[in-house]
Design a protein around this ligand. Structure first.
Ligand code: C2E
Ligand code: MG
Ligand code: MG
Length: 709
């Protein structure tokens, strides 16, 4: 080890090589310290064709030529390696390796190499596979090289000049393997590859939208001498993975031995304005300029072809903006469009080189993640995307918060064609929405059934509001010191025509996903306030009725206004209304929610944090929001009688008191729980011990009887 930086560069070049990739860093470091460094001057030979070999070499710097029969076939630089065949069998070297410029190499002896692999069977498998593939690949490359040499010798200089002069790309390629044998400068310019890179590639590495099978079908008339030329349109893919449309003509040159194909290709992306616009409409989304579903599907299929060849994976991430409809409906369509453009720009700026972003229409976007090795890379990308949308968007000088739900499907696990991968990602996205949004889900086959059931329920839910199938139940809240009813919590029920009462746990997430929670939430507020007013008019001395609000209701910019109107219309005082929100409102939409909560608090409305203890926030965090009550979640109350958990509840109560918050204990089912809660100083109780949630008329009876008592 001469110095740290050269050691690091060795490590890096090892990591760039497929057979070393699965080895942990410690192993690579050992391998590096065991191996020998060799410096070759320009022109010096490392080994000759036919030499015996028991070692392999990794290039650390410089450039090396691979020669056969004294003619250079190709050149290789940093990170490349030679001699892999000698690792698995005692073969003589199949080419001569010579330095072009001064080059540093690491020599690894066969025994040494195998020793490092012996303890790791997984890696051994990768090595064997890679080595056998590489060996095959190299032999083809060498064979190809010979053909290039022969073909190039035949092409006289004048012809080459002529070829380079045209504005068409010209390719001469092998009729069997479809490897390029020769090509003109225009081809290298348009595609962005070096000539020697292209001569290692086949036609299908460049044409993106035509499979080998289809191509062979197309050229049949050429081979059977029926026509002189075949022509068709397609797409070429540049080295940077971008595509351009081309017009392609093929001829068969039988005079050559062996015969070759000549392809003349014209880049047609610069055709008339009109054609361009047409093409844009077919392949690009006019609003955001992103590729549309047509284009991305083609690209996905070609990524899949590529992935199959090199044994890599591809993931499809389908994303839908959460509650976009609310913004669109409340702020207007042009604000909605601005938001979509801003979201698209954010995605464009983010996209790493192995990601392609598209808009599928509406508020749906897709990311194709190619060239990956594991599912966890797709999950990391999804997490990155969720974080990307944490910052607000500025729409008409107003901050709008919008989250994503993401469905992921994965080649090879979930399917191997573009359409089915997109469909699977869509199903997974649907489940992510149903499970509460702002998250990602991986596709699994049982999701189909789940999604179907949810879809049926969703259809029914849309009709439920019109058909008056929702009812509010009311669960009393009692003062823990004197056990009088101080108010109620309203809880929604769905009286489904065939399923009977559906739990809010099943339909609220669905209502949130579809945006139906907005009209449903408004209905619940109006109904609960009207009921509160009725109780007050009957002379019952209760303080308030609570209504649960979903986090997504806070994306409604007119929420505060709407609540104020309902209070005025029903004729209650603002302090007769309590709103229950969960910690997620504060965490996900902190900035916009704070402003709205402050306005609600200014009106005099009571605010409670529901299900406290199940989220992530701390009491000190809650202190920055204008809150009145803290509802201790049922999960805490459940075990409160056991010695271990009581101190925790006690700490919550005393800290809440210190912050000036009242505590409401939810889910009290036993006398003992009540006693403990009373002893630790909780203020209000709610639970089956006193009463389950009741229909309005029964709640009224309960109030009447408790007054009598
Ligand atoms: P939540 O707001 O925490 O409501 C308390 C839940 O605990 C209610 O379930 C209630 O019936 C149940 N509960 C109360 N006391 C006891 C007890 O002693 N033991 C047990 N085991 N359970 C008890 P429910 O009615 O099924 O509601 C579930 C959740 O659905 C609510 O949790 C709330 O988050 C949501 N929800 C209900 N109505 C609405 C609504 O109108 N709007 C919104 N956005 N969400 C609602
Ligand atoms: Mg609640
Ligand atoms: Mg609760």
């Amino acid at each position: 080890m001469s110095n740290i930086s050269s050691f690091d560069s060795k490590l890096e070049s090892f990591k760039a090589i497929e057979i070393f990739q699965p080895l942990p860093d410690e192993k690579l470091e050992l391998l590096i310290s065991d191996s020998r460094e060799i410096v070759l001057n320009a022109g010096e030979t490392l080994f000759r064709e036919g030499d015996p070999g028991d070692s392999m070499y990794v290039i650390l710097s410089g450039e090396i030529a691979i020669e056969k029969e004294n003619t250079m076939i190709t050149r290789k630089g940093l990170g490349s390696y030679f001699g892999e065949m000698t690792l698995i069998e005692d073969k003589p070297r199949s080419a001569t390796i010579k330095a072009i410029t001064e080059s540093r190499l690491l020599e690894i002896m066969k025994d040494q190499f195998l020793q490092h692999l012996a303890s790791n069977p997984q890696t051994l498998m990768t090595v064997l596979r890679t080595v056998s593939e590489r060996a095959r690949e190299n032999l083809t490359a060498l064979d190809q090289g010979m053909k290039i040499l022969k073909a190039e010798k035949k092409l006289n200089n004048n012809l080459q000049h002529l070829l380079d002069d045209t504005t068409n790309e010209i390719y001469i390629f092998d009729t069997e393997s479809y490897h390029f044998i020769s090509l003109n400068t225009r081809a290298t310019k348009n595609l962005g590859y070096e000539k020697n890179e292209l001569t290692q590639m086949t036609l299908f590495d460049v044409i993106t939208n035509i499979s080998k099978g289809n191509f062979e079908e197309l050229i049949k008339p050429l081979l059977s001498d029926n026509v002189e030329e075949v022509a068709f349109n397609g797409y070429h893919r540049r080295k940077d993975r971008s595509n351009y449309p081309v017009e392609i003509r093929f001829k068969l040159q039988k005079d050559e031995t062996p015969p070759v194909f000549i392809g003349m290709v014209q880049d047609i992306s610069q055709l008339t304005e009109l054609k361009q616009e047409n093409k844009n409409l077919t392949f690009y989304d006019p609003l955001t300029g992103l590729p549309n579903k047509n284009l991305i599907l083609e690209e996905l299929n070609s990524e899949l072809e590529q992935a199959k060849k090199v044994d890599k994976s591809v993931a499809v991430l389908l994303m839908d903006l959460d509650d976009f409809k609310i913004i669109n409906d409340s702020m207007g369509h042009s604000a909605g469009d601005t938001l979509l453009q801003a979201a698209a720009d954010r995605l464009k700026d983010w996209a790493p080189s192995n990601c392609r972003v598209a808009r599928f229409g509406g508020d749906e976007f897709a990311v194709i993640l190619s060239d990956i090795n594991s599912e966890s890379q797709a999950a990391d990308t999804a997490t990155g995307l969720l974080n990307l949308f944490k910052k607000p968007f500025l729409i008409n000088e107003q901050e709008a918060y919008i989250n994503l739900s993401i469905g992921i499907s994965y080649y090879p696990l979930d399917g191997d064609d573009g359409r089915s991968l997109i469909k699977d990602a869509d199903t997974a996205m649907y489940i992510a929405k149903a499970e509460g949004k702002n998250k990602y889900c991986h596709y699994s086959s049982d999701m189909e059934v789940q999604a179907k059931n949810k879809l049926i329920l969703e259809g029914d839910l849309r009709k439920a509001l019109e058909q008056n199938e929702f009812v509010l139940y009311y669960q009393p809240k009692l003062d823990l010191t004197n056990e009088t009813i101080v108010g109620f919590e309203s809880l929604m029920r769905w009286n489904h025509s065939s399923r009977g009462l559906v739990s809010p746990l099943d339909f609220i997430p669905l209502a949130e996903k579809t945006g139906l929670i907005i009209p449903m939430g408004e209905w619940a507020l109006r109904t609960a306030c009207a009921q509160m007013k009725a109780w007050l008019d009957m002379g019952f001395q209760i303080q308030n009725t609570a209504v649960n609000l979903s986090a997504c209701q806070f994306s409604q910019p007119n929420l505060v206004e709407m609540i104020g109107k309902i209070i005025a219309e029903t004729g209650i005082n603002p302090e007769n209304l309590e709103l229950e929100i969960t910690e997620s409102v504060l965490l996900d939409n902190a900035e916009s929610a704070t402003a709205q909560l402050k306005q609600l608090n200014d009106l005099g409305i009571k605010l409670s944090i529901d299900d406290f203890g199940t989220g992530y926030s701390s009491l000190s965090y809650l202190n920055s929001f204008p809150l009145d009550n803290l509802k201790i979640d049922r999960a805490f109350v459940k075990d409160i009688t056991c010695e271990k958990d009581a101190p925790l509840a006690k700490a919550i109560v005393s800290m809440a008191k210190a912050l000036g918050l009242k505590t409401i204990a939810e889910g009290i089912e036993t006398e003992e729980q009540k006693q403990v809660l009373r002893s630790i100083g909780a203020d209000i109780m709610q639970g089956y011990l006193f009463s389950k949630p009741l229909p309005a008329d029964e709640a009224t009876k309960l109030l009447a009887s408790s007054r009598l008592l």
